[in-house]
Design a protein around this ligand. Sequence first.
Ligand SMILES: Cc1cc2nc3c(=O)[nH]c(=O)nc-3n(C[C@H](O)[C@H](O)[C@H](O)COP(=O)(O)O)c2cc1C
Length: 164
Amino acid sequence: MLTSYSRPDPLRFRSVLGHFPSGVAAVTARDPEGRPVGMAVSSFTSVSLEPPLVAFLPGRSSTTFPLIAEHGTFCVNVLADGQEEVCRRLSARGGDKFAGLDWRPGPHGDPVLDGVVAWIGCTIESVHDAGDHHIVLGRVDGLAADTAASPLLFFRSAYHQVAA
Ligand SMILES: Cc1cc2nc3c(=O)[nH]c(=O)nc-3n(C[C@H](O)[C@H](O)[C@H](O)COP(=O)(O)O)c2cc1C
């Protein structure tokens, strides 16, 4: 194993941090015209049980996060294995990311995508600056899970599945 104690350059930072495995979530909301908006994130986590809080970290350059922030509510969709294409669509910049995607309105009308492992509907509690990202805390208003479904995993810049 390589050992380095020096301040990491961005490439090394990304590479080493990419060794922390995560799931992938689509954070969805509506724009001021009521159109669905969303972005793929791996930076989703549970934060607090009482009160029920979760968090995700959008980049400051995201064009979708300002729309989510303006809306004030969002829905976290935990993607299932086989939803790599949904992830690619929601990580693209610009265009109609929802064209051809099936979804229904969840809490506050924010999109719940078909086939997800779980969804968590939230109201934005606070937004904190953190370097080139924000930390967004959401208060959970409603949630559900498909206990039979398997999640999409992200590890070392590639998609994986839970071993059977
Ligand atoms: C697997 C995966 C995980 C991602 N995780 C994050 C994340 O945690 N935070 C973030 O800001 N962008 C993340 N992105 C990038 C965004 O999905 C997207 O590229 C970015 O929001 C640009 O689109 P926008 O301008 O519509 O926001 C991730 C992309 C992928 C493919």
